[in-house]
Design a protein around this ligand. Structure first.
Ligand code: SF4
Length: 320
């Protein structure tokens, strides 16, 4: 599904999250992010570790209070909800975490982990057991797994348990925070396919957070590329992969291994020089300037604004 005229399910407006390190140092983890997510879509947020994508996700689920900006869910400001609306929001919006090894309580059985939220809602145990069994089936596990503990499972199975736990609340919107990066490559495709199938059968909407562009192509409708707390490019998936405009996106795409030997020969790897700079007190210029092979004097003086280069395709670069 592509972005359309309908009301977005999620609206992020000028979102900023700063952390005050000391009197003179401010870490700008997220700086002026604006984007929408429509019902049934998967929007991927991609960028190197430390670029602010997980912080953005955490603001969107109210784990962090933003420094500036707003997040609307179904038209309502999530930081101004009534008590009843907050409860509803906490059920409708769920998060799947990166590390399936640490996100499950080792002392709880699978039945207790997946049924925890249902228990808090006062649902009778017999009904919880039935629902947990059904949820485990949805993620490719079975009844026999209910009485086991997390350490008895592989990484992929643990992530399935985490997904079943998120689904127990019958959510509409799931923030998948690097859900496959801790898994073996052979298991990654299985989890991605399962997330896609669940999206289709349950009508879910996803924000999919990942650190490279290779994994998100098959699951995303749209992609947002982040660099040092800011959005540098966003477009529908096909457009972004076929016509990347920002030098950072071009470099990320060139790093994806190509299976076809003829295409691989034609592809030139664009190396990004240096390390990602510190997000503490960033200069008011292009944040990619120090690493960009096309940087000009202007890039070190002026911050490029995100602007539309074709319908739905926005880029923040002075050269576009
Ligand atoms: Fe490179 Fe300048 Fe574009 Fe930044 S604005 S990405 S430094 S060309």
């Amino acid at each position: 599904m592509s972005a359309n005229e309908k009301q977005p399910l999620v609206q992020v407006k000028n979102l900023c999250k700063y952390f005050q390190i000391n009197r003179h140092a401010t870490l700008k983890a997220v700086d002026n992010m604006t984007f929408d997510i429509y019902k049934g879509e998967t929007v991927s947020l991609v960028g190197e570790s430390g670029c602010g994508k997980s912080t953005t996700g955490r603001c969107m689920i109210k784990l962090y209070q933003p420094t500036k900006g707003e997040v609307f869910y179904d038209g309502k400001d999530i930081f101004k909800l009534s008590h009843a609306e907050k409860r509803d929001f906490c059920n409708k919006v769920q998060m799947i975490f990166q590390n399936p090894y640490s996100s499950l309580n080792p002392r709880m059985t699978v039945k207790e982990i997946v049924g925890e939220g249902l228990k808090q809602q006062g649902i009778p145990q017999k009904e919880i057991d039935e629902r947990v069994e059904k949820l485990l089936k949805m993620v490719g596990l079975n009844k026999d797994h209910m009485s086991r503990f997390p350490h008895e499972f592989s990484g992929g199975q643990r992530q399935r348990i985490g997904i079943a736990r998120a689904l127990s609340m019958e959510p509409e919107f799931i923030i998948c925070d690097e859900p496959i990066s801790a898994l073996d490559v052979s298991i990654q495709a299985q989890v991605i396919n399962m997330l896609k199938e669940l999206q289709e059968s349950l009508g879910l909407t996803y924000l999919f957070i990942a650190h490279d562009l290779s994994v998100v192509k098959y699951i995303s409708d749209r992609v947002i590329v982040m660099y040092l707390g800011t959005m540098v490019e966003t477009a529908e998936t096909e457009e972004l992969y076929d016509h990347p405009m920002h030098p950072y996106t071009q470099a990320l795409l060139s790093a994806i291994p190509e299976a076809d030997p003829i295409k691989a020969k034609a592809n030139q790897r664009i190396a990004i020089k240096g390390e990602i700079p510190s997000p503490i007190n960033p200069k008011n210029c292009c944040r990619f300037a120090e690493r960009c092979q096309y940087a000009t004097e202007r890039c070190f003086k002026e911050m490029p604004k995100l602007h539309e280069v074709s319908p739905g395709h926005q880029v923040a670069c002075h050269l576009t």
